[in-house]
Design a protein around this ligand. Structure first.
Ligand SMILES: [Cu+2]
Length: 510
């Protein structure tokens, strides 16, 4: 009976190990390959509108091999466990029969402790050697970033020293003072001196670290106070899923903005009177269209949907049939009517709010200045090397986070709450390319998971001389007044076509 119970337990243990390990392995294989769950087999891009499908990223032979190797390791480990368990059993039975202990378990445990200490330290040293360069960067491209990096290094060095001392003591004591027959442990309840030492030293060290951090933080937040050079101010606008930058035009003044003015043609909601007027006209047109839809909902619109359904039915287009059926249901159960009513209400409210500004003389004068007219909206951020720049963040929809890893800068971008970050870039793109390779570019990334295309939400950042920044700004078209542009030379044209979607988008905007 006892043996059967033991065998069952062993078997269950083996099954649990195999299954959990198999799950881990299959997960890691999935991460290496591309997840294809959301893609249909025939047209891999269907249902993946925002994903850039790259057929080259399917599972390669090496990955299949690596999964085979993983399975071999797993089988080996399971067999080893079973062998050890049996060896342990045999020794126990021998002890029972002979009446003497064959293996001293306390001895075994103390040597295992020593082994763990050495193996653990070896693993830590390996980790530092292999990935240390990724943690201890010391290659910041901004003035304050140098402080960040040095604080990180100091903290890591201190914690590493503490780690080695405490772990060595922990494992060595377990080894040295393993149980011995006849030896009694010393009862040692309290030592004031020891208490003081191990409270005081960490307190002093942590205080020094925190004060240094506070000092650095102050220098970042009040960077403008100790700076005499030319200050720059750029607006960085976040939306699902991208960024836009806004520079003051030739007048050097940033125009006003208001979320109520945002439209397809005025993405940043600039206070430019003619554009806002045309938005009001557009909204009125849309309200009229919505009203017409309400009127014809149960007649022509429903008839049209019925006809669509029959057409889809004849083609046996089940997918389309399903979606048309949903629309028919929405018309019949009143959902569509509610949507239209809500849309009218929303647009009416927007018009009211815009008119409230327009009709208030004081508000009107302060909002609609001429400053917005020549503001420049760009698809890249160009910064002057060694000049202090403030990025003023605004979000159109939800919370994003602007992350400039190479400049050690990050700031939340919150709708309805202006945020900013001031820093001084000290390494130009050219210089960074020399260190990191020709392919390198600075980017500002979104660092807050904000939806399906979050992973691709970034904007290129270029650090160059002030003259080059000015030159680049001259080549950009202002938002609402058109500037005479020199024709694009063919060589540059070819280059532009070669580069990615960023540039193509830029061309479309132009
Ligand atoms: Cu985002």
């Amino acid at each position: 009976m006892n043996t059967i119970l033991k065998l069952t337990l062993k078997f269950t243990l083996a099954v649990v190990i195999i299954f959990s390990a198999a799950t881990l392995i299959s997960d890691s294989v999935d991460i290496q390959g591309i997840s294809t769950e959301h893609l249909s087999a025939e047209k891999p891009w269907v249902g993946a509108d925002e994903y850039q499908y790259d057929p080259g990223q399917t599972v390669t032979p090496e990955k299949t091999l690596s999964s085979k190797v993983n399975w071999a390791i797993l089988v080996f480990v399971v067999l080893m466990v079973l062998v050890l368990a049996n060896a342990f059993d045999i020794s126990k039975y021998t002890a029972k029969i002979t009446g003497r202990e064959t293996v001293n378990q306390n001895n075994v445990n103390k040597w295992i402790m020593l082994f763990f200490m050495i193996a653990g330290f070896a693993a830590v040293i390996w980790e530092y050697q292999t990935h240390g360069a990724m943690i201890l960067l010391n290659d910041s491209s901004s003035a304050h970033g140098v402080d960040y990096d040095s604080m990180f290094t100091i903290t890591l060095v201190l914690t590493t020293i503490v780690f080695f001392i405490t772990q060595a003591l922990l494992f060595y004591f377990s080894f040295r003072y393993a149980h011995q027959d006849g030896r009694k442990a010393l009862y040692y309840s309290h030592n004031n001196r020891l208490e003081v030492v191990w409270t005081f030293i960490p307190a002093v060290v942590l205080t020094v670290l925190v004060l240094r951090g506070h000092q650095t933080w102050k220098s970042v937040v009040y960077a403008e106070d100790n700076y005499n050079g030319k200050m720059h101010s750029i607006e960085v606008f976040a939306y699902q899923f991208g960024w836009k930058a806004r520079y003051a035009g030739d007048d050097g003044i940033m125009g006003n903005v208001d979320y109520k003015f945002i439209s397809g043609k005025n993405e940043l909601g600039l206070a430019y009177k003619p554009e806002v007027d045309s938005l009001v006209v557009d909204l009125k047109k849309q309200i009229a269209a919505d009203e017409a839809s309400i009127k014809n909902l149960n007649t022509t619109i429903l008839d049209g949907l019925m006809a669509d359904f029959t057409a889809a039915e004849n083609l046996r287009d089940y997918k389309n049939m399903e979606s048309v059926q949903k629309e028919i249901d929405a018309v019949k159960n009143g959902d569509r009517l509610d949507e239209l009513k809500a849309s009218i209400k929303r647009k009416t409210k927007q018009i009211e709010r815009i008119l409230a500004i327009q009709n208030d003389k004081k508000l009107f004068a302060s909002t609609f200045t001429s400053a917005a007219m020549d503001d420049i909206i760009t698809q890249e951020i160009h910064l002057a090397k060694d000049s202090l720049v403030t990025l003023n963040f605004r979000s159109k929809d939800i919370i994003h986070s602007a992350w400039l890893p190479h400049f050690r800068a990050q700031m939340n971008v919150v709708p309805g709450m202006p945020t900013k970050f001031t820093f001084r870039p000290t390494k130009s793109t050219e210089e960074a390319k020399k260190e990191r390779g020709e392919e390198f570019e600075y980017y500002l990334y979104c660092n807050k998971i904000c939806g399906v295309s979050h992973y691709n939400m970034k904007i290129k950042v270029v650090v160059e001389s002030q003259e080059k920044v000015n030159e680049w700004l001259k080549s950009q078209q202002p938002a609402f007044i058109k500037r005479e542009m020199a024709p694009v030379a063919p060589a540059i044209m070819n280059d532009t076509l070669k580069t990615s979607t960023d540039t193509i988008q830029k061309m479309v905007v132009r």
